[in-house]
Design a protein around this ligand. Structure first.
Ligand code: NDP
Length: 325
């Protein structure tokens, strides 16, 4: 099957993304050929492109897509031709019309969920499940701080926490983004550029600080997360949108009140088949029950992936972003 595929020969800015046409072989044992209806853009794609997360070069891009099974190899038993499926990883070749992947990397998409929504939510929604349910669960009534709350993961995390009964303080980069976070159930939304963030969080929480800070912004917000998290609370530092957090003095965790820090990755928390089945079942069920809405804030033709990278890195996107073949 012929497909367009994004490729980078060197790391750098969005301009290093090139396109090639290749012939994919027929699926081998355990393999499945998927025709993409939509590809999900993720901030991690920019780390692969920039070299922050090193990949072998030349390398392909894109982790998340949803579509239809076009062909299956020998021994494939869980999906059949025509099934609606979504995938994140493992072969990082989602920026394409077609993808050859392994059966065990596929999630069946329930009937009531469109392939566009599936491509917009699978990776980000499972990240949300990992954070809210397993890395740093907060008991109902407790406070949580969610940075970049109008972004892809951020919007889902606000809603997931609210569905658990957690009280959310959001941060976001503009008044419009703050309004979006409030509409999704956050009790407070603080402009990320305004004043002393941690002091505002302390004031809202009566001095106690939050039980958990979910921080995908990284370098620019680490100190605020540290100062806003209450005694024996948790910082889930899960991303680097503003740059990586480095050189942390562990003593600062003691000084802030015996804090816990986790630096989780989805690819670890979703290794086991049972984890994949349980996590995705929770995600689909929250969407089907209407408690989790997925905003597809931007849609680009697949060939304009470089522009999509510019926009997500330039903080010009809200919610999830799709690339459409
Ligand atoms: P988003 O849609 O959230 O985009 C990133 C957001 O970060 C921006 O919209 C912006 O929101 C905020 N931001 C703050 N400072 C900057 C900056 N200097 N440059 C760019 N953005 C900035 O992206 P995703 O939903 O795809 O991912 C969110 C985070 O989650 C990323 O850090 C990503 O790496 C991480 N992630 C981690 C996973 C894991 O397994 N650990 C899995 C999936 C995602 P605003 O303008 O409102 O501040």
């Amino acid at each position: 099957m012929r497909t367009r595929q994004a490729i980078i020969e060197q790391t750098g800015g969005p301009e290093v993304i090139q396109w090639r046409e290749i012939e994919l072989p027929d699926p081998g044992p355990g393999q499945v050929l998927v025709r993409h209806s939509a590809v999900g853009l993720n901030f991690i794609d920019t780390y692969h492109r920039s070299g922050l997360y090193p990949i072998d070069l030349p390398g392909t891009l894109g982790l998340e897509a949803a579509g239809t099974v076009e062909a299956t190899g020998d021994g494939v038993t869980h999906v059949k031709v025509g099934d609606r499926v979504a995938t994140f990883g493992p072969n990082r070749a989602a920026y394409a019309d077609y993808q050859l992947t392994t059966e065990d990397s596929l999630f069946k998409v329930p009937e009531g969920i469109s392939l566009e929504v599936a491509a917009a939510v699978l990776l980000k929604g499972l990240t949300t499940e990992m954070l809210a349910e397993r890395v740093a669960p907060v008991t109902p009534g407790g406070w949580a701080l969610v940075h970049a709350a109008a972004g892809g993961v951020g919007q889902l995390l606000v809603q997931w926490l609210v569905a658990r009964g957690v009280r959310v303080i959001a941060t976001a980069g503009s008044a419009e983004k703050c309004a979006r976070a409030l509409a999704l159930g956050a009790e407070h939304a603080i402009d990320a550029g305004a004043g002393d963030l941690a002091a505002q969080v302390r004031e809202i929480t009566g001095g106690a600080g939050v039980r958990a800070s979910y921080d995908g912004v990284g370098k620019a917000t680490w100190e605020a997360s540290l100062a806003a998290t209450g005694r024996r609370g948790v910082i889930a530092s899960f991303g680097n949108a503003s740059g990586p957090v480095t050189g942390v003095n562990l003593g600062s965790l003691a000084a802030a009140g015996s804090l816990f820090v986790s630096r989780p990755t989805l690819f670890d928390y979703y290794r086991e088949p049972t984890e994949r089945a349980e996590g995705s079942a929770k995600l689909w069920s929250l969407i089907e029950s209407g408690r989790l809405t997925v905003e597809i804030g931007q849609t680009y033709p697949l060939a304009e992936a470089a522009q999509a990278h510019r926009d997500i890195e330039g903080r010009r996107t809200t919610g999830s972003t799709l690339l459409v073949p």
